[in-house]
Design a protein around this ligand. Structure first.
Ligand SMILES: [Zn+2]
Length: 150
């Protein structure tokens, strides 16, 4: 298997994913770049502590609410989700509302990944995740017992 190398920000986030998810994320990123979409992976795995801190933002701490997920309730806590953003052609300006966000999402869906932009209710356009066939409750249970989810 050939190992692609991407920009340093994407690489550092890719490295936080579980190996199986990392392979998928790399393939997806390659496909997007090949399709002329300038994007980077800007978030990978969050520890449970980081998730709790994020949850408190806009609640017990200043800032605006950015997540409804407590620790153990986000796919980011299990190494199988990542966030991305499209950039201008020189990679200096993040373009959160670019139509290329949806193009990248559709490429993910074509690979059998789940794209947050297709969610009903809380739409999470920058979010991609890999389904495991397990529910979040089952994943939390495995985490508690120290059993790998993949
Ligand atoms: Zn996300």
């Amino acid at each position: 298997m050939s190992e692609h190398t991407f920009d340093s920000r994407s690489e550092s986030n890719l490295k936080t994913l579980l190996p199986v998810a990392q392979v998928k994320a790399r393939e997806w990123l390659r496909r997007c770049l090949d399709a002329g979409i300038n994007l980077k992976i800007i978030c990978g795995t969050r520890t449970w502590e980081e998730q709790e801190a994020l949850y408190e933002q806009g609640r017990s701490k200043p800032g605006k609410v950015v997540t409804n997920a407590r620790a153990g309730y986000s796919y980011h806590n299990f190494g199988i989700a990542w966030d991305f953003v499209v950039f201008s052609s020189d990679f200096t300006v993040a373009l959160w509302n670019s139509p290329d966000m949806a193009r990248a999402g559709r490429i993910a869906e074509a690979m059998g990944l789940e794209w947050g932009g297709s969610w009903k209710g809380f739409v999470d356009t920058p979010h991609v995740q890999m389904n495991t066939g397990l529910t979040l409750a089952q994943m939390r249970e495995r985490h508690r017992k120290g059993i790998p989810i993949l």
